[in-house]
Design a binder for this molecule. Sequence first.
Ligand code: F6P
Length: 548
Amino acid sequence: MSTTPLVESRPWKALEALAKKMKTTNLRTLFLEQPDRGTSFVIEHGDLYVDFSKQQINADILEELLRLADHVGLADHREAMFRGDKINTSENRSVLHIALRLPRSASLVVDGVDVVAQVHAVLDAMDEFAAAVRSGTKLGFTGKKIRNIVNIGIGGSDLGPAMAYEALRFYESDDLAFRFVSNVDEIDLQQATVDLDPAETLFIVSSKTFGTLETLTNALSAKDWITSSLGDERAVADHFAAISTNVKGAEAFGVHATNVFGFWDWVGGRYSMDSAIGLSTLIALGREQFDALLEGFRAMDEHFLTAPFEKNLPVVMGLLAIWNRNFMGRPTTGVMPYDQRLKYFPAYLQQLTMESNGKSVTCEGHAISYETGAIYWGDRGTNGQHSFYQLLHQGTTVVPIDFIGFGRSTQPLGNHHNILMSNVFAQSQALAFGKTAEELRAEGTPDELVPHRVMPGNRPSTVILAPKITPRLLGQLVALYEHSVFVQGTVWGIDSFDQWGVELGKVLAASIIPELSNDVPLSHDSSTNALIRHYRSLNEGENERDND
Ligand code: F6P
């Protein structure tokens, strides 16, 4: 790794010059100049066919981006992660989500402990528990079979399991129902449980720290629901499981020791869907399909670790994100899965990308002078086309898009899938090539409408195509984004694995909670004081009104 500051490095300067040039041309010209562009900027690996040709790049840009990767020591940093070095510097932790999917035969010793053996011991315990639920031998307190699984967690302890369940629920057994509760708004828990029989319901309290207020509040209310409906405190042991690095905290809550599944501080919350946090996924899919999910992750890990950078999907994807963010000035990225089953994938990616790379100091704590993490957002196609795509096509902000589509539906019906996928190709095409005033006039568009109908084009997108959604495919897709985030964080020199920015709000909320229901003096800023007073006034007499 070079000691020259990033923005003064040769590749950075060269990329700035190349961006200047790129801004004077457009994708139409690039495709005309290079007729095989549509196949030459494609990387295929495993089940993924990834077409980068509609990004505003050329061979020189890619070469310089690869030089930038060398300049920041990407290969060494990647190896440091895979080795278990403490690359989460601000928390002094290893970053080993890759160990969660290593095969039983592997070994990775960190601080004198073989983490692979630990991972498989927990996987086996989870499997035993999941098998008992799936086979109907896991009974509730009153002797009824457990039929409902409610995962309580938030952030990484919710988004991964909820996304994976939605994506893969067609593998689930008909006998079980799954719900996901995350919001401390009581409506979430109430709606999730309203039609469930407590005697048949198992709560999985998922919390890395077992200290997250939202999760603990929901878990306590769930505990009340179980004990008041079943009329016995002892019911908690049969109706709760927990997943946490804080095994003692989970046991203190009342979860039976055999129902607590641990993981480790070297798994970040947003990188934990394939740890014990995936217990609900394992119960829904069964061991064979859960193993296929892990295999998918592992296949992408191996590709990331071994493929030459120019053919390495996460490396190229991460570097293109750098290109768009730092050189083409794109502040946001859209992710549009054209598959209903991936409807929670954008939300999942929001945490993965923004909690990882939304930082403004380097690992050493120095202020950063360049842009870092882009804002990620998105929705399913084709729904987005009928709402926000207008801005994507004609707005003043250019948003690079990742389109994700599949060769086959998991449940074919008539011509739906062809219609769906025609839109992936059409949208990517329209964004890239647009429609000129001349073309519109030639088609007979009235002069006064021409400016309104011009589509500027030259808007970048990547298309990710895969055969169909399977556990293995989902593992590959998630790991692709995980490692792309790593590549970006490495270039920016930031710690992609801490999240200090979420702490202040938690501390402030903790100080405000008692002030909302007690008439104590307030010492905040004038806005917060007034808001709290107004909130109190909204609740005055609330009890009397409720009783009217
Ligand atoms: O507040 C942010 C965060 O710490 C995320 O990083 C994490 O995924 C989420 O809260 C939930 O944390 P826990 O799993 O410890 O309850």
